[in-house]
Design a protein around this ligand. Structure first.
Ligand SMILES: *Cc1c(COP(=O)(O)O)cnc(C)c1O
Length: 327
């Protein structure tokens, strides 16, 4: 196994600590001990999981001789914001294709969008719908080429095989940590985080299972994406062991009405973790993943397992775009 070149951008390794006060509040005597891996503390303009991916994506862009980064996301994309920070810190012009985001001025202009603008990113409206912004990114890239620039296009979520390598490295970090974990739980969106973790864990002699809590797609669709991307990632790092379908465990029971749409369980989980641990989750990803984890813990799903780690993938600025949800 050999990782591709990396450009140093993130604060690593990220902290890992127990959540004993949360466990006490849940009062589940048979549940395993809970830990949290703080990938919300990776740096790059307020942290998050995209920083690990961007270390490898930016290195690839530099190797390609690019001078501009182009990516896309939802209006409150954490990936877009971290790409803007990574790009500026590495000397790139940054172009973001974002959804319009509806009427609420705080959703449209606060949170991540405020930071995108502060970081000097160029914001282009997404002509397509939802996540699928390939055409809009291709148009922006073509326009940049006509102007003599050399754009490097990053898919939404940074979930190319090169980006997923960031989580191969995170898998190594988790395996090097004490204790040995019985399960890793995290929010899964575009699938790169889960694919990278699985690709990395597959190369280890013993590794915990990974549960991806979907924040958008059906389990079937997300699992297919994760499996395909994990396969490409194993190939890229020259891994000896493939990721097989049984390794890919996802749960779409906590999405609610849709991506980015608040649920009561999310609001409860964000408040509970804030008040017991002083840790801030986010409304779109980690709040829903924690809602899932709490529900599964209460249902006894993890009873008898070894220690459990929640991977906090970031998203803090999103809270400010959802002010009214938490009032
Ligand atoms: C992007 C993101 C995720 C999901 O990661 P994927 O690699 O896209 O599955 C989870 N949490 C936060 C805060 C994110 O921004």
């Amino acid at each position: 196994m050999k990782l591709p070149p990396r450009h140093d951008l993130a604060f690593l390794p990220t902290p890992l600590h127990p959540l004993d006060r949360l466990a006490e509040a849940l009062a589940l005597p048979h549940a395993p001990r809970l830990w949290i891996k703080r990938d919300d503390q990776t740096g790059l303009a307020a942290g998050g999981n995209k920083a690990r991916k961007l270390e490898f994506l930016v290195a690839d862009a530099l190797a390609a001789g690019a001078d501009a980064l182009v990516t896309a996301g939802g209006r409150q994309s954490n990936h877009a914001r971290q790409t803007a920070a990574a790009g500026r810190a590495s000397g790139f012009e940054v172009h973001l294709v974002l959804n319009e985001g509806g009427e609420d001025p705080e959703y449209r202009w606060s949170g991540n969008v405020l930071l995108d603008r502060l970081l000097g990113a160029h914001i282009h409206p997404n002509a397509g719908t939802g996540f699928d912004a390939d055409d809009a990114m291709a148009d922006v890239a073509a326009e940049l080429r006509r102007a003599g620039r050399r754009p490097y296009v990053i898919p939404p979520g940074g979930s190319s095989p090169v980006g997923a390598v960031g989580y191969v490295d995170a898998a190594r970090e988790l395996l090097a940590a004490a204790p040995t974990f019985g399960c890793v739980v995290h929010a899964s969106g575009s699938g790169g985080t889960q694919a990278g973790l699985l690709a990395g864990f597959a190369q280890a002699e013993a590794a915990p299972p990974v549960l991806g809590i979907s924040v958008a797609r059906s389990s079937e669709e997300l699992a297919a994406r994760v499996l395909a991307l994990a396969g490409e990632t194993v190939a890229l790092i020259g891994g000896a062991t493939p990721v097989v379908p049984a390794d890919v465990v996802v749960d779409d029971g906590y999405v609610g009405p849709g991506y980015g749409v608040p649920t009561d369980a999310m609001v409860e989980a964000v408040g509970l973790v804030a008040r017991t641990e002083g840790v801030l989750l986010d409304p779109v990803y980690t709040g829903k993943a924690m809602a899932g984890l709490v529900d599964l813990l209460r249902a006894g799903r993890f009873d008898g397992m070894g220690d459990l780690v929640f991977l906090h993938t970031g998203g803090l600025p999103g809270l400010f775009a959802y002010r009214t949800t938490f009032e």
